[in-house]
Ligand binder design. Structure first.
Ligand code: UP5
Ligand code: MG
Length: 203
């Protein structure tokens, strides 16, 4: 697809910071296509005939990052599909609008995606404390069925976030592309702050 015809906002933040929740609400206001890298990986893991199922399962349980080729391909395919489906309706200005959630979570992915797929407009960063994130994930874990919503996996996810993803966040900060939003408040409070950021992107 033509990378000049899309607007991409990366959405980052620690495990349980509220990325998915906030993206779902932004979709309603701004008509985005929301692509969660984690959700795409979980779908691929469960797809019959996938050669990556075991690899993805192990990485998710261990809180490590799936090799970027796999994730970038899934994102690129999903963007291509969305552009086919949405063109002509919804995106009246002819530009595809994407919220890419939980990606890029490592420097190599950030550089590769922007080199081969498209350049992002900004990085929306939901920040809060580990305590808040842990409590949210343990609460969700009671019903989510997610294989990584247990204390052991959560600790590993926090470690990967600190070591691999924080450098990406710092990188976008140094590029002047970072918009940090405190996600400690209620869903509504955080949504208000996030909407202001997105409004600025489209202003
Ligand atoms: N909740 C949300 N907001 C709240 C609020 N303001 N007040 C009170 N409660 C709130 O929220 C988590 C929980 O908190 C929910 O129950 C929600 O109701 C509540 P959610 O919106 O789901 O948070 P989110 O930040 O999306 O948390 P998630 O667990 O999805 O984050 P992760 O980044 O850990 O998970 P992701 O799915 O992105 O990745 C999973 C794994 O996939 C990674 O660990 C990695 O192994 C792999 N992966 C890759 O390898 N490469 C990638 O590029 C991406 C993922
Ligand atoms: Mg999520």
């Amino acid at each position: 697809f033509d990378s000049a015809k899309v607007t991409v906002i990366f959405v980052l933040g620690g495990p349980g910071a509220g990325k998915g929740t906030q993206c779902a609400d932004l979709v309603k206001d701004f008509n985005f296509c929301h692509l969660s890298a984690g959700d795409l990986l979980r779908a691929e893991q469960n797809r019959e005939g996938s050669e990556y199922g075991d690899l993805i399962r192990t990485c998710i349980r261990e809180g490590t990052i799936v090799p970027m080729e796999v994730t970038i391909k899934l994102l690129e395919n999903a963007m291509t599909d969305a552009l086919k489906q949405k063109s002509g309706e919804g995106w009246t200005d002819g530009r595809g609008r994407f919220l890419i959630d939980g990606f890029p979570r490592k420097m190599d992915q950030a550089l590769k995606f922007e080199e081969t797929v498209c350049v992002s407009s900004c990085c929306l960063f939901f920040s809060t404390t580990e305590e808040v994130m842990l409590n949210r994930l343990l609460e969700r874990g009671k019903t989510s069925g997610r294989e990584d919503d247990n204390v052991e996996s959560i600790k590993k996810r926090f470690r990967t976030y600190k070591n691999e993803t924080m450098p990406v966040i710092d990188y976008y900060g140094s590029q002047g592309k970072l918009a940090e939003v405190d996600s400690s408040g209620t869903v509504e409070e955080v949504h208000k702050l996030a909407s202001e950021v997105v409004n600025d992107v489209f202003a």
